[in-house]
Ligand binder design. Structure first.
Ligand code: PMP
Length: 366
Protein backbone atom coordinates (compact mmCIF):
# COMPACT_ATOMS: atom_id res chain seq x y z
CA UNK A 1 0.00 0.00 0.00
CA UNK A 2 1.30 3.45 -0.86
CA UNK A 3 1.76 5.74 2.15
CA UNK A 4 2.64 9.41 2.50
CA UNK A 5 6.25 8.38 3.03
CA UNK A 6 6.32 7.10 -0.59
CA UNK A 7 5.38 10.49 -2.03
CA UNK A 8 7.57 13.54 -2.75
CA UNK A 9 5.66 15.58 -0.14
CA UNK A 10 6.79 19.15 0.65
CA UNK A 11 9.39 18.64 3.38
CA UNK A 12 7.72 20.99 5.87
CA UNK A 13 4.56 18.85 5.74
CA UNK A 14 6.34 15.60 6.55
CA UNK A 15 5.17 14.24 9.90
CA UNK A 16 2.18 16.59 10.14
CA UNK A 17 -1.24 15.30 11.14
CA UNK A 18 -4.47 16.41 9.50
CA UNK A 19 -7.44 17.88 11.37
CA UNK A 20 -9.16 14.81 12.70
CA UNK A 21 -12.26 15.28 14.86
CA UNK A 22 -14.05 11.92 14.49
CA UNK A 23 -17.16 12.16 12.27
CA UNK A 24 -19.46 9.45 13.62
CA UNK A 25 -23.20 8.93 13.37
CA UNK A 26 -24.43 8.93 16.95
CA UNK A 27 -27.69 9.91 18.67
CA UNK A 28 -26.05 12.78 20.61
CA UNK A 29 -23.19 14.56 18.78
CA UNK A 30 -21.68 17.26 21.00
CA UNK A 31 -18.13 17.14 19.71
CA UNK A 32 -17.48 19.92 17.17
CA UNK A 33 -19.35 22.87 18.68
CA UNK A 34 -22.07 22.77 16.07
CA UNK A 35 -25.41 24.37 16.67
CA UNK A 36 -27.50 21.24 17.19
CA UNK A 37 -30.76 23.11 16.54
CA UNK A 38 -31.90 22.74 12.92
CA UNK A 39 -32.59 25.70 10.62
CA UNK A 40 -36.31 26.66 11.07
CA UNK A 41 -38.50 25.19 8.30
CA UNK A 42 -39.76 28.57 7.01
CA UNK A 43 -36.19 29.84 6.69
CA UNK A 44 -35.17 26.62 4.94
CA UNK A 45 -38.05 27.10 2.45
CA UNK A 46 -36.92 30.65 1.66
CA UNK A 47 -33.32 29.47 1.22
CA UNK A 48 -34.41 26.66 -1.12
CA UNK A 49 -36.30 29.21 -3.25
CA UNK A 50 -33.21 31.41 -3.47
CA UNK A 51 -30.99 28.45 -4.34
CA UNK A 52 -33.45 27.45 -7.08
CA UNK A 53 -33.21 30.93 -8.61
CA UNK A 54 -29.42 30.85 -8.40
CA UNK A 55 -29.34 27.37 -9.92
CA UNK A 56 -31.05 28.59 -13.06
CA UNK A 57 -27.97 30.75 -13.67
CA UNK A 58 -25.16 28.42 -12.61
CA UNK A 59 -24.03 28.17 -16.21
CA UNK A 60 -22.44 31.57 -15.42
CA UNK A 61 -19.71 32.18 -12.85
CA UNK A 62 -20.96 33.69 -9.60
CA UNK A 63 -20.41 37.32 -8.57
CA UNK A 64 -16.69 37.15 -7.81
CA UNK A 65 -17.08 40.08 -5.41
CA UNK A 66 -20.15 38.55 -3.65
CA UNK A 67 -21.32 42.14 -3.31
CA UNK A 68 -24.83 41.45 -2.05
CA UNK A 69 -23.48 39.05 0.56
CA UNK A 70 -20.84 41.54 1.75
CA UNK A 71 -23.53 44.19 2.05
CA UNK A 72 -25.77 41.83 4.04
CA UNK A 73 -22.91 40.81 6.34
CA UNK A 74 -21.97 44.46 6.93
CA UNK A 75 -25.60 45.19 7.78
CA UNK A 76 -25.72 42.24 10.15
CA UNK A 77 -22.52 43.24 11.96
CA UNK A 78 -23.45 46.91 12.22
CA UNK A 79 -20.60 48.68 14.02
CA UNK A 80 -20.58 51.31 11.28
CA UNK A 81 -19.12 48.88 8.73
CA UNK A 82 -19.90 48.85 5.03
CA UNK A 83 -19.29 46.16 2.40
CA UNK A 84 -15.76 47.38 1.66
CA UNK A 85 -14.75 46.18 5.16
CA UNK A 86 -16.06 42.64 4.66
CA UNK A 87 -14.49 39.52 3.20
CA UNK A 88 -16.07 36.06 3.13
CA UNK A 89 -15.04 32.53 2.25
CA UNK A 90 -16.04 28.90 2.57
CA UNK A 91 -16.03 28.81 6.36
CA UNK A 92 -13.82 30.88 8.58
CA UNK A 93 -11.18 28.20 8.09
CA UNK A 94 -10.79 29.50 4.55
CA UNK A 95 -10.77 33.06 5.85
CA UNK A 96 -7.85 32.05 8.11
CA UNK A 97 -6.14 30.47 5.12
CA UNK A 98 -6.52 33.66 3.08
CA UNK A 99 -5.12 35.72 5.96
CA UNK A 100 -2.09 33.45 6.33
CA UNK A 101 -1.55 33.26 2.56
CA UNK A 102 -1.48 37.04 2.38
CA UNK A 103 0.36 37.95 5.57
CA UNK A 104 2.18 34.74 6.54
CA UNK A 105 4.14 32.34 4.37
CA UNK A 106 7.76 31.20 4.19
CA UNK A 107 10.03 33.10 6.58
CA UNK A 108 7.12 34.56 8.53
CA UNK A 109 5.78 33.62 11.95
CA UNK A 110 2.38 33.59 13.62
CA UNK A 111 2.08 33.72 17.40
CA UNK A 112 -0.68 31.74 19.11
CA UNK A 113 -1.64 30.98 22.70
CA UNK A 114 -2.41 27.26 23.12
CA UNK A 115 -4.57 25.51 23.99
CA UNK A 116 -6.43 27.16 21.14
CA UNK A 117 -8.28 26.30 17.96
CA UNK A 118 -6.27 23.51 16.34
CA UNK A 119 -6.76 24.75 12.78
CA UNK A 120 -4.76 27.90 13.50
CA UNK A 121 -1.52 25.92 13.66
CA UNK A 122 -2.59 23.45 10.96
CA UNK A 123 -3.30 26.26 8.46
CA UNK A 124 -0.07 27.95 9.52
CA UNK A 125 1.74 24.75 8.54
CA UNK A 126 -0.05 24.39 5.22
CA UNK A 127 0.85 27.98 4.31
CA UNK A 128 4.49 27.48 5.43
CA UNK A 129 4.06 30.00 8.22
CA UNK A 130 6.03 29.21 11.38
CA UNK A 131 3.74 28.73 14.41
CA UNK A 132 5.25 30.05 17.64
CA UNK A 133 3.49 29.88 20.97
CA UNK A 134 3.28 31.61 24.31
CA UNK A 135 1.86 30.57 27.67
CA UNK A 136 -1.47 31.79 28.92
CA UNK A 137 -2.06 33.09 32.44
CA UNK A 138 -4.01 31.19 35.09
CA UNK A 139 -7.36 29.78 33.97
CA UNK A 140 -6.38 30.19 30.30
CA UNK A 141 -6.73 33.99 30.40
CA UNK A 142 -4.37 36.35 28.53
CA UNK A 143 -3.58 39.65 30.24
CA UNK A 144 -2.34 42.65 28.22
CA UNK A 145 1.09 42.24 29.87
CA UNK A 146 1.30 38.56 28.90
CA UNK A 147 0.36 39.31 25.29
CA UNK A 148 2.84 42.19 25.02
CA UNK A 149 5.69 40.19 26.59
CA UNK A 150 5.12 37.33 24.13
CA UNK A 151 5.04 39.71 21.17
CA UNK A 152 8.23 41.46 22.28
CA UNK A 153 9.93 38.08 22.69
CA UNK A 154 8.78 36.46 19.44
CA UNK A 155 8.39 39.50 17.16
CA UNK A 156 5.78 37.66 15.05
CA UNK A 157 4.35 38.79 11.71
CA UNK A 158 0.87 37.85 12.90
CA UNK A 159 -0.75 37.46 16.31
CA UNK A 160 -3.73 35.11 16.58
CA UNK A 161 -6.18 35.59 19.45
CA UNK A 162 -9.22 33.36 19.69
CA UNK A 163 -11.86 35.38 21.49
CA UNK A 164 -13.61 33.66 23.17
CA UNK A 165 -11.13 30.82 22.97
CA UNK A 166 -11.78 27.33 21.66
CA UNK A 167 -11.41 24.84 23.43
CA UNK A 168 -11.45 26.63 26.79
CA UNK A 169 -14.37 29.09 26.33
CA UNK A 170 -12.24 31.87 27.85
CA UNK A 171 -12.96 35.50 26.84
CA UNK A 172 -10.11 37.80 25.78
CA UNK A 173 -10.42 41.35 27.14
CA UNK A 174 -10.42 44.17 24.59
CA UNK A 175 -7.51 45.65 26.57
CA UNK A 176 -5.43 42.58 25.64
CA UNK A 177 -6.32 42.92 21.96
CA UNK A 178 -5.55 46.64 21.94
CA UNK A 179 -2.26 46.12 23.79
CA UNK A 180 -1.25 43.35 21.38
CA UNK A 181 -2.02 45.65 18.46
CA UNK A 182 0.12 48.43 19.88
CA UNK A 183 3.00 46.04 20.58
CA UNK A 184 3.37 44.77 17.01
CA UNK A 185 3.81 46.09 13.49
CA UNK A 186 2.23 42.89 12.22
CA UNK A 187 -1.34 41.78 11.74
CA UNK A 188 -3.56 40.98 14.72
CA UNK A 189 -6.20 38.38 13.91
CA UNK A 190 -9.08 37.97 16.35
CA UNK A 191 -11.12 34.80 15.78
CA UNK A 192 -14.63 35.57 17.03
CA UNK A 193 -16.25 32.37 15.74
CA UNK A 194 -18.30 32.27 18.95
CA UNK A 195 -18.95 36.01 19.15
CA UNK A 196 -22.75 35.70 19.27
CA UNK A 197 -22.53 33.55 22.41
CA UNK A 198 -20.76 36.26 24.41
CA UNK A 199 -22.85 38.10 27.02
CA UNK A 200 -25.00 40.73 25.31
CA UNK A 201 -23.17 43.58 27.06
CA UNK A 202 -19.67 42.30 26.22
CA UNK A 203 -18.10 44.41 23.47
CA UNK A 204 -16.81 42.70 20.33
CA UNK A 205 -13.36 43.35 18.90
CA UNK A 206 -15.28 44.87 15.97
CA UNK A 207 -15.49 48.02 18.10
CA UNK A 208 -11.68 48.28 17.95
CA UNK A 209 -11.50 48.32 14.12
CA UNK A 210 -11.67 52.08 13.41
CA UNK A 211 -8.13 53.42 13.11
CA UNK A 212 -6.52 49.98 13.38
CA UNK A 213 -5.77 48.92 9.81
CA UNK A 214 -3.77 45.85 10.88
CA UNK A 215 -6.61 44.39 12.96
CA UNK A 216 -8.81 41.61 11.53
CA UNK A 217 -11.92 40.22 13.24
CA UNK A 218 -13.33 36.99 11.85
CA UNK A 219 -16.75 35.48 12.36
CA UNK A 220 -18.61 32.45 11.06
CA UNK A 221 -22.17 31.45 10.20
CA UNK A 222 -21.34 27.89 11.32
CA UNK A 223 -22.16 28.32 15.00
CA UNK A 224 -24.83 30.86 15.98
CA UNK A 225 -26.52 30.66 12.54
CA UNK A 226 -26.63 26.84 12.54
CA UNK A 227 -25.04 26.95 9.10
CA UNK A 228 -21.95 24.74 9.49
CA UNK A 229 -22.81 22.60 6.47
CA UNK A 230 -23.21 25.63 4.20
CA UNK A 231 -19.60 26.79 4.82
CA UNK A 232 -19.71 30.55 5.25
CA UNK A 233 -17.17 32.49 7.29
CA UNK A 234 -16.21 36.14 7.01
CA UNK A 235 -14.00 38.87 8.37
CA UNK A 236 -14.21 42.56 9.02
CA UNK A 237 -11.12 44.69 8.51
CA UNK A 238 -9.86 47.82 6.81
CA UNK A 239 -10.67 47.78 3.06
CA UNK A 240 -6.94 47.48 2.37
CA UNK A 241 -7.02 44.09 4.09
CA UNK A 242 -9.86 42.90 1.86
CA UNK A 243 -7.74 43.99 -1.12
CA UNK A 244 -4.98 41.74 0.21
CA UNK A 245 -7.48 38.86 0.36
CA UNK A 246 -8.24 39.38 -3.35
CA UNK A 247 -4.59 38.63 -4.14
CA UNK A 248 -4.77 35.10 -2.72
CA UNK A 249 -8.34 33.86 -3.16
CA UNK A 250 -9.20 31.64 -6.07
CA UNK A 251 -11.46 33.45 -8.51
CA UNK A 252 -15.15 32.72 -7.84
CA UNK A 253 -14.31 30.92 -4.58
CA UNK A 254 -17.82 31.47 -3.15
CA UNK A 255 -20.31 29.54 -5.26
CA UNK A 256 -23.56 31.16 -6.37
CA UNK A 257 -25.41 28.54 -4.29
CA UNK A 258 -23.42 29.42 -1.16
CA UNK A 259 -24.04 33.13 -1.70
CA UNK A 260 -27.78 32.54 -2.19
CA UNK A 261 -28.03 30.36 0.91
CA UNK A 262 -26.11 32.80 3.09
CA UNK A 263 -28.22 35.73 1.89
CA UNK A 264 -31.34 33.73 2.77
CA UNK A 265 -30.08 32.97 6.27
CA UNK A 266 -29.06 36.59 6.86
CA UNK A 267 -32.49 37.80 5.75
CA UNK A 268 -33.86 35.84 8.72
CA UNK A 269 -31.09 36.71 11.18
CA UNK A 270 -33.34 37.35 14.22
CA UNK A 271 -35.14 34.02 13.74
CA UNK A 272 -31.90 32.15 13.06
CA UNK A 273 -30.31 33.62 16.18
CA UNK A 274 -33.28 32.91 18.42
CA UNK A 275 -31.68 29.63 19.44
CA UNK A 276 -28.59 31.34 20.80
CA UNK A 277 -30.26 32.19 24.10
CA UNK A 278 -31.49 28.63 24.56
CA UNK A 279 -28.04 27.27 23.75
CA UNK A 280 -26.55 29.49 26.46
CA UNK A 281 -29.20 28.22 28.90
CA UNK A 282 -28.27 24.62 28.04
CA UNK A 283 -24.56 25.45 28.33
CA UNK A 284 -25.13 26.82 31.82
CA UNK A 285 -27.26 23.79 32.74
CA UNK A 286 -24.46 21.53 31.53
CA UNK A 287 -21.91 23.51 33.54
CA UNK A 288 -24.03 23.26 36.68
CA UNK A 289 -24.59 19.54 36.12
CA UNK A 290 -20.87 18.86 35.62
CA UNK A 291 -19.92 20.97 38.64
CA UNK A 292 -22.55 19.08 40.62
CA UNK A 293 -20.78 15.85 39.72
CA UNK A 294 -17.55 17.28 41.08
CA UNK A 295 -15.87 18.15 37.77
CA UNK A 296 -14.02 21.42 37.37
CA UNK A 297 -15.75 23.59 34.76
CA UNK A 298 -14.12 26.66 33.23
CA UNK A 299 -16.26 29.76 32.62
CA UNK A 300 -17.38 29.83 28.98
CA UNK A 301 -18.55 32.61 26.66
CA UNK A 302 -19.17 30.09 23.88
CA UNK A 303 -21.50 27.20 23.03
CA UNK A 304 -19.23 24.63 24.68
CA UNK A 305 -17.48 23.87 27.95
CA UNK A 306 -14.08 22.57 28.94
CA UNK A 307 -14.23 20.47 32.06
CA UNK A 308 -11.43 18.98 34.11
CA UNK A 309 -10.85 16.62 36.98
CA UNK A 310 -11.29 13.69 34.61
CA UNK A 311 -9.08 10.80 35.74
CA UNK A 312 -9.09 8.98 32.40
CA UNK A 313 -10.26 11.31 29.60
CA UNK A 314 -9.87 8.71 26.83
CA UNK A 315 -11.73 6.13 28.89
CA UNK A 316 -14.57 8.50 29.78
CA UNK A 317 -14.80 9.66 26.16
CA UNK A 318 -15.12 6.03 25.00
CA UNK A 319 -17.66 5.12 27.68
CA UNK A 320 -19.86 8.07 26.68
CA UNK A 321 -19.56 7.09 23.02
CA UNK A 322 -20.68 3.57 23.91
CA UNK A 323 -23.84 5.24 25.25
CA UNK A 324 -24.32 7.20 22.04
CA UNK A 325 -22.88 10.50 23.30
CA UNK A 326 -19.94 11.90 21.32
CA UNK A 327 -17.87 14.67 22.94
CA UNK A 328 -14.26 15.79 22.30
CA UNK A 329 -10.95 14.66 23.73
CA UNK A 330 -8.37 17.29 22.78
CA UNK A 331 -5.55 15.65 24.68
CA UNK A 332 -5.56 18.36 27.35
CA UNK A 333 -4.50 16.47 30.49
CA UNK A 334 -7.47 15.59 32.70
CA UNK A 335 -9.94 17.47 30.48
CA UNK A 336 -12.70 16.92 27.94
CA UNK A 337 -14.83 19.38 25.96
CA UNK A 338 -18.57 19.17 25.38
CA UNK A 339 -20.74 21.34 23.13
CA UNK A 340 -24.06 22.72 24.36
CA UNK A 341 -26.96 20.93 22.71
CA UNK A 342 -30.73 20.97 22.85
CA UNK A 343 -32.46 20.42 26.20
CA UNK A 344 -32.90 16.71 25.34
CA UNK A 345 -29.24 16.33 24.36
CA UNK A 346 -28.17 18.06 27.57
CA UNK A 347 -30.31 15.62 29.57
CA UNK A 348 -28.81 12.68 27.67
CA UNK A 349 -25.25 13.90 28.24
CA UNK A 350 -25.72 14.63 31.94
CA UNK A 351 -27.42 11.28 32.55
CA UNK A 352 -24.75 9.38 30.65
CA UNK A 353 -21.80 11.11 32.34
CA UNK A 354 -23.29 10.62 35.80
CA UNK A 355 -23.64 6.90 35.03
CA UNK A 356 -20.30 6.24 33.39
CA UNK A 357 -18.19 8.40 35.69
CA UNK A 358 -19.67 6.59 38.67
CA UNK A 359 -20.05 9.96 40.40
CA UNK A 360 -23.05 10.96 42.45
CA UNK A 361 -24.08 14.60 42.49
CA UNK A 362 -22.03 16.59 45.00
CA UNK A 363 -23.97 16.83 48.24
CA UNK A 364 -25.60 13.45 47.81
CA UNK A 365 -22.30 11.67 48.44
CA UNK A 366 -22.09 9.46 51.49
N1 PMP B 1 -12.59 29.40 14.53
C1 PMP B 1 -12.87 28.71 15.63
C2 PMP B 1 -12.40 29.23 16.94
C3 PMP B 1 -13.59 27.52 15.57
O1 PMP B 1 -13.85 26.84 16.69
C4 PMP B 1 -14.02 27.05 14.31
C5 PMP B 1 -14.79 25.76 14.13
N2 PMP B 1 -14.77 24.86 15.11
C6 PMP B 1 -13.68 27.79 13.19
C7 PMP B 1 -12.98 28.96 13.32
C8 PMP B 1 -14.00 27.34 11.81
O2 PMP B 1 -15.33 27.35 11.53
P1 PMP B 1 -15.88 27.39 10.07
O3 PMP B 1 -14.78 27.06 9.11
O4 PMP B 1 -16.97 26.37 10.07
O5 PMP B 1 -16.39 28.79 9.88
Amino acid sequence: MTTLADLPLRSDLVGRTAYGAPQLTVPVALNVNENTHPVPADVADDIVGRIRTALLEVNRYPDREFTALREALAGYLGAGLDASWIWAANGSNEVIQHVLQAFGGPGRTVLGFPPTYSMHSIIAASTSTRWVTAERDADFTISPETAVAAIERERPDLVFLCAPNNPTGTPVPLETIAAAYDATDGMVFVDEAYGEFMPADAPSALTLLPGRERLIVSRTMSKAFAFAGARVGYLAADPAVTDAMRLVRLPYHLSALTQAAALGALAHAPEMLRMVDDICVQRDRTAAGLAGLGFRVWPSWTNFLLFGGVEDPAGLWRALLDRGVLIRDLAIPGCLRVSAGTAAETDAFLTAIAEVSGRAPVGSRP
